[in-house]
Design a protein. Sequence first.
Length: 65
Amino acid sequence: MNQDQIKGRWKEVKGKVKEQWGKLTDNDLLEIEGDQDQLVGRVQQRYGVAKEEAEKQVRDFMNRH
């Protein structure tokens, strides 16, 4: 799934995002609004992982959905 697809399907995907990364708040999801870079940043912030790890997790997630 590419960046445009994420934004277009954000309402569908954000529930799955919440399942994957339960530490993300509803406000996080509102602010992200399908922006992959912001999602990476929030995963990095909430889970205390390196940027590369957060990018990998988000990339893997997008490839599955």
